[in-house]
Design a protein around this ligand. Structure first.
Ligand SMILES: *Cc1c(COP(=O)(O)O)cnc(C)c1O
Length: 369
């Protein structure tokens, strides 16, 4: 028998795939350094901890975990439909909104089609594109944000998907609502626009696009949202897609029947009702953003103005030694060299105590390195 390399058997797109790099886990750094006080500002999680209403609901639901969850997520979809003024048949629930990104790729892509997204855009877009063998068409960014004019010019007969993150991660850039709608309206009917609104709740209401209202006009629009960020449930993995009933039906055919676990469903339903928690989280984020950006200004650093719960700061030189020095002092942030931004670090907004600790450590580190 001749030996076949498993690598050679894989799809060409997967051979070239660069795995997603998550933020360093706190436990890992604790083990490495023997430090006990570590703060993680690396994964854009809500620093407030979960809503107490959510933890109570999970405790109550615990005895039910012997049963399969509701494969249709009836209750969660009802609450979402009510809140967003859509029909339950327009909703697809995902194991995080990342799963929705994967479902749309698996539903619509083949190796002869291409996908358009921006430079410095969320790393999962090339990942899902390449894993189904489709061609990734990255378009140069403008001022670190999406260049919608250039993106439109790159769309051709073989384009089936375009991904837009608004706000974008890791840059935090936000598109103007009218420019965004104009772009969606300009798309040929064979191109699906995936509008990733993972940070929607953090956006200043005066600057938000009302994309859900656009669903009535654009059957090729898919909006994704998540419970991982402002709702504070990243560890439970719940996200959702909103689209036309026709597109949602297709995505739901591809979806695994029990992709959301029972506790995650209960937690998400409860989280949606706790608007005080959401408001508190957004206010905490706004105050933290102001504190951090004022500190950057005082340190003579520039940053990309961000509409999310994180900010990318430019050190004007290779940021890796600064990242390492911060780690040594127990602060985990996120390098973004893999996003083509080697002089930047992305900082998630923490609690007030965490933010102040980070600023102190950062100024010490900048004096040393
Ligand atoms: C965090 C994030 C997501 C959401 O991921 P989940 O799978 O819902 O946890 C999606 N898009 C962007 C741009 C993100 O930053």
């Amino acid at each position: 028998m001749t030996m076949t390399s498993m690598f050679d058997l894989a799809l060409p797109g997967i051979q070239k795939l660069i795995p997603y790099t998550p933020g360093k886990p706190i436990e890992e750094l604790e083990r490495e350094l023997g430090l006990s006080e570590i703060i993680k500002l690396a994964s854009n999680e809500n620093p407030s901890g979960p809503s107490p209403q959510v933890t109570d609901a999970i405790k109550q639901a615990l005895p039910d975990i012997t049963r399969y969850p509701d494969g249709n997520g009836f209750k969660l979809k009802s609450v979402l439909a009510e809140k967003y003024g859509v029909e339950p048949c327009q909703i697809t629930l995902g194991n995080g909104s990342n799963e929705i990104l994967e479902l749309v790729a698996r539903t619509f892509l083949t190796p002869d089609l291409n996908v358009v997204f921006s430079q410095h855009a969320f790393a999962v877009y090339p990942l899902v594109t390449q894993s189904v063998g489709a061609k990734a068409q990255e378009v140069a960014a403008r001022d670190y944000g999406h260049d919608l004019v250039a993106m439109r010019e790159h769309i051709n007969d073989k384009t089936r998907l375009v991904f837009i993150a608004n706000p974008n991660n890791p840059t935090g850039t936000l598109l103007a609502a009218d420019a965004l709608e104009e772009f969606i309206a300009s798309l040929p009917a064979h191109v699906i626009c995936v509008l990733d609104e993972a940070y929607y709740e953090y956006v200043d209401p005066a600057k938000r696009a009302d994309a859900i209202a656009w669903l009535a006009h654009y059957p090729n629009l898919l909006i994704t949202r998540t419970f991982s960020k402002a709702y504070g449930l990243a560890g439970l993995r719940v996200g959702f897609g909103l689209a036309s009933a026709e597109m949602s039906d297709l995505l739901n055919r591809v979806r695994q029947p029990f992709n959301n676990n029972a506790l995650a469903l209960v937690a998400a339903e409860t989280a949606l009702q706790d608007q005080d928690y959401l408001q508190h989280s957004v206010a905490l984020n706004n105050a933290g953003m102001q504190l951090l950006t004022e500190a950057f200004a005082a340190l003579g650093l520039s940053w990309i103005p961000s509409a999310g719960n994180f900010v990318s700061v430019d050190f004007g030189r290779d940021a890796q030694p600064i990242y390492q020095a911060l780690l040594q002092k127990g602060v985990i942030v996120r390098p973004v060299a893999n996003y083509g931004m080697p002089t930047f670090l992305r900082i998630s907004i923490g609690t007030d105590v965490e933010n102040r600790f980070f600023i102190q450590v950062l100024s010490d580190v900048l004096n040393d390195v």
